[in-house]
Write a protein that binds this ligand. Structure first.
Ligand code: PHB
Length: 357
């Protein structure tokens, strides 16, 4: 029988009720870096997704790159996130925490004046979002070789915190121009040690993070997100097909929960430079596709086997009951851009569900 968005699938030892994933989305509603009752309510409203992936959660102080983003490295972070995991589990949902380090896409304002860190001392073009508005990205400090294992350890610790907070697993954010992606792509990585140069060297940091996190919480509880064609945050690679084929191959064979691929640019545009099927073919596990899918394209990707699950971002932001709406072909709420980043319940927890009367 042909599969579609409403077919079940096992991920991380759980049978998901459908193949619709709530994509990770930064919402800047944790002023003290702790998840709170409002954030718990937001995810609980969306618990009918097969799987929820949280917004990025920073693994350390230096990982922070935006105002009011939540963390995953203190007991208070664990206690805050417990509200969200309990609320989602009470509604039979499954939720992974995304682990995030912004690297050079940060600003000294977040670190008492200390420079952000990156593989190489190369500034991204563009501006950081600080508490005082936009400020140009600074030239980051290149990480010392001896510091890299400390950051790997911070990912391990954050994964342990996520487990303690009740998450079903974690997603390692290796996409969208943040720290791990800065190591993978050659425009931002010009190191001459074992973390730069060859493909093997540029994916070493990611693989060490995967190894540390997998050993801590179980490899079947670990997903990885990549974005081979996303130029967001001024990132690029001279041979993205080859680079990301290699990363997908390297991630195979360790029994990961999934590979999650942002298949488009931040503008939603596809890019013929990378054929995502080649990544899918090289990875031996569950493949989540993300980027501009609607119901029909999602069903088609699953029916043809091009993807196992589909992650929806903005449609999920505006439609807490997205599976119910897809199942009856109901119209979708439109998302309000003005309330994406920061603010309160408005544009966050007040998108209406379908009337069932
Ligand atoms: C954002 O805050 O705009 C943002 C954060 C994480 C992403 C992409 C965009 O992966």
């Amino acid at each position: 029988m042909s599969k579609d968005l409403f077919s079940t699938i096992e991920v991380a030892g759980h049978l998901l009720s459908n193949r619709m994933v709530m994509a990770p989305m930064t919402r800047n509603r944790a002023p003290d870096t702790n998840a709170n009752a409002m954030i718990a309510e937001h995810y609980a409203q969306r618990a009918s997704a097969g799987l929820i992936i949280t917004e990025g959660t920073q693994i350390s102080e230096l990982a922070v790159g935006y105002p009011a983003t939540p963390g995953m490295f203190t007991q208070a972070h664990v206690d805050g996130w417990k509200l969200a995991t309990d609320a989602v589990h009470n509604k039979n949902g499954q939720i992974f925490a995304q682990l995030w380090h912004c690297g050079r896409i940060s600003h000294p304002d977040f670190h008492d004046g200390a420079l952000p860190v990156a593989p190489s001392a190369i500034a991204a073009a563009g501006d950081a979002f600080t508490y005082e508005g936009l400020k140009p990205f600074v030239t980051p400090r290149a990480l010392e070789l001896s510091e890299i294992s400390t950051i790997v350890e911070q990912y391990r610790h954050a994964a342990a915190c996520a487990r303690d907070a009740g998450f079903d697993g974690v997603e390692i954010h290796a996409a969208n121009g943040y720290l791990i992606d800065q190591f993978i792509r050659d425009s931002s990585n010009q190191r001459t040690d074992q973390y730069g140069g060859s493909l093997e060297n540029r994916s070493r940091f990611l693989l060490e993070v995967v190894e540390a996190v997998g050993n801590e919480i179980g490899f079947d509880k670990v997903g990885v997100r990549l974005s081979p064609v996303n130029a967001f945050n001024d990132i690029s690679d001279s041979d993205p097909q080859n680079t990301f084929n290699d990363v997908a191959t390297a991630l195979s064979g360790s029994g990961l929960a999934y590979l999650h691929v942002v298949e488009v640019d931040m503008t939603g545009a596809t890019n013929p430079d990378v054929d995502m099927q080649q990544l899918r073919d090289r990875f031996d596990g569950v493949y989540i596709a993300n980027g501009g899918y609607d119901k029909n394209r999602g069903n088609e990707a699953i029916a043809t086997g091009r993807a196992d699950l589909i992650a929806y971002g903005i449609p999920y932001l505006a439609n807490p009951d997205l599976p119910e709406r897809f199942s009856v072909d109901a119209p979708l709420n439109q998302a309000d851009q003005a309330t994406f980043y920061g603010g309160d319940e408005h544009g966050y927890n007040d998108y209406p569900v379908l009337e069932t009367a």
